[in-house]
Design a protein around this ligand. Structure first.
Ligand code: PEP
Ligand code: MN
Length: 342
């Protein structure tokens, strides 16, 4: 349930509503906007008795929320969330005016490779560096990532370039490590419904990049994000990375329609991963451009200095030269589709 306060409700009125919610054994989430304060209720298994609030001072209306998620919705939080990655005032953001570019190799393979790609993507305008140290691979015999040594290399990439490090944690212990070396926790497609991992990320001080599961529905994606917000971490960015369909011409089917669908109901930023979404390098630029055109808040793109030698996902990695060209193109599209201030 959502309790909408009158525009002239006092802080005491809000505090009284919060007190009643807590007295009922639930959790209150007050969100103030320029027009009004709304107070969301979570923790209830069944519907909440609205009559308890009807006559409290300052209450305008109570709205029943029937969706399986609440905190991620615009009903609860009418202003769009802008996720700042880092504490410094000029830290890059996702969900604001700038187009967030998260680029780098699929995996950290060596210091030389990590530095070469980082220097190049920085020069081309990226402000985030992606690379996995823990890789979720279909085969147990495939390269699994460099582990903590890979994270140490990523920390030196950050030192060297000032790029923000986005890197995957596949379990709760790995979240501890990503917190030590990185700037943003990636939860991969295969773990989108690993609920213990989601809860642990929800207790982190770092922002979270939540990738859509391979066959996750819209409601499942938003419900997974809800797990993170429900633990108190509101710095969540969603990522469309393609879903599994019957087609054979791409690795996954990039569901670009999910971008406006999410933006219609949620305040969370959403970015598009054109690399995993297609699996083929020649499709990455066209789909990245399409992602920006439909209004995504950013892009994830895999880049490698020698894609043919990559230890994972080489077939979908852009060369440095192609990444530079793609960046110029997506920036033009972003300028063209950015909302016009009235
Ligand atoms: C990745 O980003 O390298 C990755 C493994 O992505 P996903 O979880 O979307 O497959
Ligand atoms: Mn990859």
């Amino acid at each position: 349930m959502l309790i909408v306060m009158k525009h002239d409700a006092t802080p005491d009125d809000v505090a009284e509503v919060v007190r009643v919610i807590e007295e009922m054994g639930f959790t209150a989430h007050a969100v103030a906007s320029a027009q009004r304060t709304a107070i969301g209720i979570t923790g209830n298994q069944t519907s909440v008795d609205s009559s308890r609030f009807a006559y409290l001072s300052g209450v305008a209306e109570t709205i029943k929320v029937t969706k399986p998620y609440k905190l991620v919705t615009l009903d609860f939080h009418p202003a769009k969330t802008i996720v700042r990655v880092g504490d410094e005032p000029d830290a890059p953001t996702i969900g604001g005016e700038e187009l967030a570019i998260i680029a780098g190799p699929c995996a950290v393979e060596s210091e030389a490779q990590a530095f070469a790609v980082a220097d190049a993507v920085k020069l081309a305008g990226a402000r985030f560096y992606r690379a996995g140290a823990f890789k979720p691979r279909s085969s147990p015999y495939a390269f699994q990532g460099m582990g903590e040594d890979g994270l140490k290399i990523l920390a030196s990439v950050r030192e060297r370039t000032n790029l923000k490090i986005v890197t995957e944690a596949m379990n709760e212990n790995q979240v501890d490590l990503v917190e030590r070396y990185g700037d943003m926790i990636q939860i991969g497609a295969r773990n989108m419904q690993n609920f213990m991992l989601l809860r642990r990320a929800g207790r982190s001080h770092l922002p979270v990049l939540l990738k859509r599961g391979m066959s996750a529905t819209f409601d499942e994606l938003l419900s997974a994000a809800e797990y993170i917000l429900a633990e108190g971490n509101e710095k969540v960015v969603l990522c469309e990375r393609g879903i599994r369909t019957f087609t054979q011409h791409t690795r996954n089917t990039l569901d670009l329609a999910v971008v406006p669908a999410v933006q219609r109901v949620s305040h969370l930023p959403i970015i598009v991963d054109a690399s995993h979404g297609t699996g083929k390098a020649y499709m990455v630029a066209p789909l990245a451009k399409a992602g920006v055109a439909v209004g995504a808040d950013g892009l994830m793109i895999e880049v490698h200095d020698h894609p043919e030698q990559a230890l994972s996902d080489g077939s979908q990695a852009l060369t440095i030269k192609d990444f530079e060209t793609t960046m110029r193109e997506v920036r033009l599209i972003h300028e063209a589709v950015a909302p016009i201030a009235v």
